[in-house]
Unconditional design. Structure first.
Length: 363
């Protein structure tokens, strides 16, 4: 996809290949060693906090095999792989500290004890929130299920350990007026301000995840048609419309802002990234997060605001405006409509609040 601006048309045909190479190199850094799951001597002291010593060779090899399966066969993103690696590295180190050096030796009681240690914060492990415990236990369950299905272990010791369930967490959305204040908080013609406004407009106009927005290339925009191509979880691609305000902000950034940052690029840097940092490289998620925090401060918004706040607001405002939940599902890139339906609860709550204050016999 190409836009009508000179910047949008300048990316060459190798952009897609460069994207693949960049992702591949990041994946390799994440998966090799399965990053930190280094094989070490199993004969040394096991004192210390779990997670700070090297893993036994057999365990490190088992974890590496599973993470490579996630990378090559499941096609998980770099960020998801990193989360799995951290969860499983901690689990492996905890087992090693208990005298378990091979995942084939794990007993169901070990898995149950690990889940309890995470929830309660003992055995050298930090106490985690219910959501984090649930994610970690799910990672462990999937690991053991894979090993059993592949015949690497004789049984699945995690089958009977269920991740803890947390209460329904409703997404936090801003009101329409607040959202507009946030999006319009950054003004001016300086390149950094044009970038900030364009990013905020894109996030609210498309409902993009922050990783999708900063991962976008210039060639992913079609400003003539008002479309952006986003790459979601698992590399799934979707086309999302963006409105006139976002198109104008993106065009201003591409024509009057981005060239100043692109001029600072070094030879090894990719030329196609949509949002650039001050050195000409791709803008990071962390920098985008700071930008949004700055905008919230300028807008006088005291509520906690994150990149996902604009995504939540996008979905909630669409549903409040009468959009079908399945259309919103497609726009958000949700695999299941069940995930999207949580936003209908937010919209229903807003309706009830209006009813309670406006209807003469509501009390």
């Amino acid at each position: 996809m190409t836009g009508p601006t000179p910047s949008a048309g300048s990316a060459d045909a190798a952009t897609g290949t460069a994207r693949d190479l960049a992702v591949r190199s990041r994946d390799e850094a994440a998966a090799d060693g399965t990053g930190e799951a280094r094989a070490g001597s199993s004969g040394g002291s096991r004192a210390g906090t779990p997670g700070q010593q090297d893993l036994p060779a057999s365990m490190a090899e088992q974890l590496q095999g599973y993470l490579q399966h996630l990378r090559f066969e499941r096609g998980l993103s770099v960020n998801t792989l990193s989360a799995y690696r951290a969860d499983l590295r901690r689990y492996g180190a905890w087992l090693h500290a208990r005298g378990v050096d091979d995942l084939a030796e794990v007993h169901p009681s070990d898995v149950a004890a690990y889940a309890a240690a995470l929830a309660q914060g003992h055995d050298g492990l930090p106490r985690l929130a219910t959501r984090s415990v649930s994610r970690s236990v799910t990672s462990v369950r999937r690991l053991h299920r894979f090993l059993a299905e592949e015949g690497i272990t004789a049984q699945d010791p995690a089958a009977d350990t269920a991740p803890p369930r947390e209460g329904l967490r409703l997404p936090k959305a801003l009101g329409i007026d607040e959202t507009i204040r946030l999006v319009e908080a950054i003004g001016g013609e300086e390149p950094a301000r044009l970038r900030g406004r364009a990013l905020l407009e894109l996030l609210y106009a498309s409902g993009a995840r922050i990783s999708e927005a900063v991962g976008a290339d210039v060639d992913d925009l079609d400003l003539t048609e008002g479309l952006v191509r986003l790459y979601g979880k698992g590399g799934k691609e979707r086309l999302v419309p963006v409105g006139g305000q976002a198109v104008a902000a993106l065009d201003a950034w591409l024509v009057r802002g981005r060239p100043a940052f692109a001029a600072r690029q070094r030879g090894t840097q990719r030329a196609g990234a949509l949002f650039l940092n001050a050195r000409g490289g791709r803008l990071s998620r962390q920098s985008a997060w700071k930008l949004i925090k700055e905008a919230a401060g300028l807008a006088g918004i005291t509520a906690e605001v994150s990149p996902h706040t604009l995504r939540h607001s996008f979905a909630t405002h669409l549903l409040q405006g009468g959009a079908d939940v399945r259309v919103v599902q497609e726009l958000l890139g949700h695999a299941s409509v069940t995930t999207t339906q949580i936003y209908t609860k937010v919209s229903q709550d807003a309706l009830l609040e209006v009813y309670a204050t406006a209807h003469p016999r509501a009390r």
